[in-house]
Write a protein that binds this ligand. Structure first.
Ligand SMILES: Nc1ncnc2c1ncn2[C@@H]1O[C@H](COP(=O)(O)OP(=O)(O)OP(=O)(O)O)[C@@H](O)[C@H]1O
Length: 239
């Protein structure tokens, strides 16, 4: 599914968090939102998700104006750094949560839900750990469960907000390579927020560099480093 953001603005009090942002993400693309703290990355992600409203502008999902479509109907999966797993539920129950919450008419049968969970556990390489509780997992394993949970509802778009931010450098590196491979396999349009340019360059097809609520440049990593479009991008990337 493609995502088009047109003239999106958002103000918090006196602070212009987003200033008439327009950009387009192609279907199946993996895009990184990169920029310094406070530049509006999370706000933009939340507006695409429908968790936050914009003061002006529109969000189009597959060409359809979705600005006023409620979060639940957007078909979006989330993985947030602080979007904790439910500690009192097993890994199985965490992953199946979204499916179990569907209205009865849409809810798959129990056996079908278990099969989906098993498939997802295999996909995120956590076979055999379905009966554990989150406290019995490492940080990297927990984020993979969070990703499996987001994928359970078969989202058309995946939004990740600093998904590996809380992890140590080595695990972080492993997980981003793994995310890249997983995206290659699933091809779900995905947008992730990071302030780490190395992470953005390694994982993303294209990078959006943001500064003070504006888009400075949107390009492939190679293009961005070869031809920074503005002095800010040049300085931020230190090229
Ligand atoms: N609910 C809110 N109320 C008031 N101000 C907010 C709110 N949400 C965000 N802001 C402000 O808007 C600006 C942009 O915030 P945002 O979280 O989008 O930045 P970010 O680029 O994701 O930063 P970080 O990398 O630190 O997470 C910040 O100055 C922030 O303090």
């Amino acid at each position: 599914m493609s995502i088009r953001v047109q003239h999106i603005s958002r103000r918090f009090g006196d602070y212009q968090a987003l200033d008439r942002i327009s950009l387009e993400m192609y279907s199946g693309e993996l895009v990184a939102l990169l920029g310094p703290s406070g530049c509006g990355k999370t706000t933009l992600l939340r507006i695409i998700a429908g968790l936050e409203s914009a003061d002006t502008g529109h969000v189009y999902l597959d060409g359809e104006d979705s600005t006023h479509v409620p979060v639940r109907e957007r078909g979006i999966g989330f993985v947030f750094q602080n979007y904790a797993l439910f500690p009192s539920m097993t890994v199985n129950d965490n992953i199946s949560f979204g499916l179990r919450m569907l209205p009865k008419a849409k809810r798959p049968h129990k056996a079908q839900i278990q099969k989906t969970v098993d498939d997802l556990l295999a996909l995120v390489q956590l076979q055999g750990l379905g009966d554990r509780y989150p406290a019995q997992l490492s940080g990297g394993q927990r984020q993979r469960v969070a990703l499996a949970r987001a994928l359970a509802i078969k989202p058309r778009v995946l939004l990740l907000d600093e998904p590996f931010g809380a992890l140590d450098a080595k695990v972080r590196k492993e997980l981003r390579q793994w995310l890249r491979a997983l995206h290659h396999e699933l091809k779900i349009t995905s947008v992730f927020v990071t302030h780490d340019q190395e992470e953005a360059a390694e994982v993303a097809d294209r990078i959006v560099v943001m500064n003070k609520g504006n888009v400075e440049q949107m390009d492939t990593p190679a293009q961005l480093f070869a031809q920074p479009a503005t002095p800010f991008v040049r300085e931020f990337l230190a090229v």
